[in-house]
Design a binder for this molecule. Structure first.
Ligand SMILES: N[C@@H](CCC(=O)N[C@@H](CS)C(=O)NCC(=O)O)C(=O)O
Length: 226
């Protein structure tokens, strides 16, 4: 039982989801968790600020060790619980190279998704320009084509670093799920859709599926024309 761990999280947040998948994969259950509401600005509460001065979720603690960066928390969990649950860092140099490469590219993917989906939230009303949003949409399209190519090269039924599920899948899958939640076309991006289909029912992913998505299965169509 992971009773010395606490996770403050928000539903539907890909960074929070990454840590929850890693915890499941490492068989770390029974941790203290608190679901907070972004709508009620609970991520700016003193409870969060005490752990995470950025006032962001996830905020994660293991004993006295604080890890508020989702990638850092996932890597830490693998390192501390190496022999428990799924081995998330492959031994083979070729798979490790792919894993690290795609993990960090996953940050660019996540950033570009946010630049489109949250354009209005990020840019104050008077500073918004159709041309800037168009550029962001084009940048996301180019990024998604790269991922289609990577998955094509990996082959049908492959995870992102090869046949085995690894850390790159822990951190990138939530972004891919987000894409489809926001209406990405499975016809236009068949490899990403197949990857999504391959992993969406994996026990660690199912167990941590965002509760607000379960309550409201209808997503949005923001990305339908990307
Ligand atoms: N670098 C952080 C990013 C965390 C993050 O961006 N969290 C968002 C939710 S998805 C958040 O709390 N946003 C509220 C804010 O920045 O005020 C990580 O990967 O863990």
């Amino acid at each position: 039982m992971a009773t010395d761990m606490t996770l403050l999280w928000g539903s539907g947040s890909p960074p929070c989801w990454r840590i929850m998948i890693a915890l499941e994969e490492k068989s770390l259950r029974g941790y203290t968790q608190k679901l907070l509401s972004f709508d009620k600005a609970e991520h700016k509460s003193q409870e969060v600020l005490d752990v995470n001065p950025r006032g962001q979720l996830p905020s994660f603690k293991h004993g006295n060790n604080i890890l508020n960066e989702s990638y850092a928390a996932c890597m830490y969990l693998e390192s501390q619980f190496k022999s428990q649950g799924t081995k998330l860092i492959p031994d083979s140099a070729a798979e490790q190279a792919l894993m690290y490469q795609h993990m960090f590219e996953g940050l660019a993917l996540y950033q570009k998704i946010g630049d489109v989906i949250y354009y209005n939230w990020k840019v104050p009303e008077g500073e918004r320009h159709e041309s800037a949003l168009k550029r962001n949409r084009e940048a996301l399209t180019a990024e998604l084509r790269l991922w289609e190519g990577y998955l094509q090269k990996l082959g049908t039924g492959s995870c992102l670093a090869g046949n085995s599920f690894s850390m790159v899948d822990v951190v990138v899958f939530p972004s891919v799920a987000y894409l489809f939640r926001f209406g990405l076309s499975a016809e236009r991006y068949p490899k990403l859709a197949a990857y999504y289909g391959l992993l969406k029912d994996r026990p660690s992913i199912k167990a941590s599926w965002p509760p607000n998505w379960l309550e409201n299965p209808q997503g949005q169509d923001t990305l339908k024309d990307i």
